[in-house]
Design a protein around this ligand. Structure first.
Ligand SMILES: CC1=C(CCC(=O)O)c2cc3nc(cc4[nH]c(cc5[nH]c(cc1n2)c(C)c5CCC(=O)O)c(CCC(=O)O)c4C)C(CCC(=O)O)=C3C
Ligand SMILES: [Fe+2]
Length: 401
């Protein structure tokens, strides 16, 4: 077997049977649409976590500076429209609805709406490409809790599209824009350049719990391993403009009390240290996000840019995948794979680790929230005790654990 055939075997072992879905739900974080929405939105985000009001007011300033509006909802509407159009272009008449965790339209309302319209089989696509509690499991819980809240558990069948950090169509827009940014920096400086791939920091306990607990990961977790694999693929794609340029994975948007350890280093600390390493230009790649929402606008275009200015560094921020045609096509491919259409492309991982699980292991990215004794209800979860396909042996046979 070739290496590709082997990883395809692993990908196939992690795939659900194709299914006839009635609708696709693009599921996201949500954001405020005006000044009066900001605090209610932040209360939704931090519900049950005891975040003090001073911290909420501090984060609120990021939104208030933009008229109380997060760009995220408009970006998701644009992605929804582009994806529905791409599916139609392929002859697939699948309505695409939008649902959010923290703002209107809320998941429970969208489930009720689907039920009302007679849609029974629903496929969820999250606007987050990686494993982790906030990035994957919490999206699954949104639907587990939503089904419970609406009492529609027996009426609706809900599955979720797997994590797509290793999809070429997701990664290609970052690679082509990074190439442009490096060429632009070269015009402005002869000195050394540095590429910083950035993602959302998470508490170390969340990071370490990412992925099934029975698997081993580079950097100690699926969250870190997936970002490293994606960054390496991009670096390779960029080719010549990366020659002699070092890169690293850094973290942003940390919150919570200082005594709780989160993934490090922080992007601004790294930027400050670059002049000591004789670096004169920096390209920032927001690999952890799919659109240029508030975490990008504020933490990168405001704070990281200022840090670079103070350090006298030339600065370029690469755009996220957004509605890049390659990305939209890749998402449509993922949908086709789940529908099992004759034109569905094979499941291929750009990072040659096999594609992720359609249905997650029970202990995947698990987190028990404050005041609870066990995890919340979730969709897309395998039965306890079922062996999971963790990798390949020397003969290319799938290993279960
Ligand atoms: C991994 C991850 C992603 C990426 C995956 C994904 O995209 O889902 C993500 C995305 C986002 N995070 C966002 C906003 C916020 N995240 C917060 C807080 C937190 N995020 C966390 C992690 C993540 N977050 C964590 C571990 C916390 C700590 C407290 C908690 O566990 O909740 C807070 C609370 C205030 C604060 O503490 O800073 C806010 C306002 C927005 C919206 C932007 C907009 O409005 O345009 C988006 C897309
Ligand atoms: Fe966040």
């Amino acid at each position: 077997m070739s290496e590709t055939q082997q990883t395809n075997a692993l990908s196939a072992a992690r795939a659900n049977e194709p299914h006839d879905f009635d609708a696709l739900i693009l599921s996201s974080f949500g954001g405020p649409e005006g000044q009066e929405d900001v605090i209610p939105f932040l209360r939704n985000v931090t519900r049950g976590r005891g975040i003090p009001d001073e911290r909420l007011e501090e984060v609120a300033t990021h939104y208030r500076a933009n008229g109380g509006v997060s760009p995220i909802n408009a970006q998701n509407r644009a992605l929804r429209d582009a994806l529905e159009a791409e599916l139609q272009r392929r002859g697939i008449e699948l309505p695409v609805l939008l649902a959010n965790r923290n703002w209107d339209p809320y998941v429970a309302d969208v489930l009720r709406e689907c039920h009302g319209r007679g849609y029974k089989d629903l496929l969820v696509l999250a606007t987050s490409a990686y494993s982790g509690y906030s990035s994957c499991r919490q999206y699954r819980e949104d639907y587990g809790v939503g089904l419970e809240e609406t009492g529609l558990q027996d009426e609706l069948h809900v599955e979720k599209i797997h994590q797509y950090y290793d999809s070429e169509g997701f990664l290609r827009p970052y690679a082509s824009k990074l190439r442009e940014s490096l060429l632009a920096l070269r015009e402005r400086t002869d000195g050394a350049l540095r590429v910083l791939f950035t993602t959302h920091s998470v508490p170390m306990t969340d990071a370490n719990a990412a992925g099934p607990q029975r698997m081993d990961f580079e950097g100690g977790s699926a969250y870190v391993a997936q970002h490293l694999a994606a960054a390496r693929w991009i670096v390779e794609q960029v080719g010549e403009p990366m020659a002699g340029v070092e890169w690293e994975l850094v973290y942003q948007s940390r919150s919570g009390p200082p005594q709780v350890p989160w993934l490090e280093p922080d992007i601004c600390d790294v930027i400050e240290s670059l002049p000591e390493q004789d670096v004169t230009g920096v390209a920032v790649v927001p690999l952890g996000f799919v659109s240029d929402h508030m975490e990008v606008m504020w933490d990168l275009d405001t704070e990281a840019r200022e840090a670079a200015q103070e350090a006298h560094l030339e600065f370029e921020r690469v755009p996220t995948a957004g509605t890049a045609p390659d990305f939209v096509a890749a998402l449509a491919d993922l949908v086709e794979q789940r529908l099992g259409t004759p034109t569905a492309p094979p499941r291929v991982s750009a990072c040659s680790q096999g594609t992720w699980f359609d249905t997650c292991a029970p202990d995947c990215c698990v987190k028990v929230l404050r005041g609870q004794s066990e995890p919340r209800p979730t969709i897309a979860q395998r039965p306890v005790g079922e062996p999971i396909p963790v990798g390949l042996d020397e003969n290319g046979e799938v290993i279960h654990r």
